[in-house]
Design a protein around this ligand. Structure first.
Ligand SMILES: [Zn+2]
Length: 138
């Protein structure tokens, strides 16, 4: 069993930019924001002012925080052990992230996960995910 914990300060500080400021501000209040295109209607990750699909304008919206594991790799020899995962959000985009608060051996492609914010070294919220519903983390 490789226990993956959520430990603040294990994450490097995300780069600060004008495009990410509103995201960080909302995340400090526990809200997870995505940008969605006002022209084609697709949501995307990471937040961009122009849609990566059609270059239309985009607007913030609050996301559900629900997703499923698209792929996951366990870095069991890291100290502490951690995961690198692609999670597909309920809103559509797939994002590079980590799955935490779990037994790494139980993680599976397609598994439902839910957003949880970790803190980087300078306290900036970093979006991570934990297994949703009943399971080892419940
Ligand atoms: Zn678009």
């Amino acid at each position: 069993m490789t226990r993956i914990t959520l430990r603040d300060g294990d994450w490097p500080d995300p780069p600060a930019s004008p495009e990410s400021a509103a995201f960080v501000e909302a995340a400090r209040e526990g809200r997870f924001l995505l940008r969605r295109c006002t022209a084609c209607g697709k949501a995307h990750w990471y937040p961009r002012a122009l849609c990566p699909f059609c270059l239309g304008e985009t607007a913030w919206e609050e996301a559900s925080g629900e997703g499923t594991i698209y792929s996951v790799t366990v870095l069991a020899r890291e100290e502490p052990p951690r995961t690198v995962a692609y999670v597909t959000l309920a809103e559509g985009p797939t994002m590079l992230t980590s799955v935490v608060e779990c037994d790494a051996a139980t993680l599976a492609i397609g598994q439902p996960v839910r957003l949880v914010f970790a803190r980087s070294r300078n306290g900036t919220p970093v979006p991570c995910f934990r297994p949703a519903g009943p399971g080892p983390a419940a």
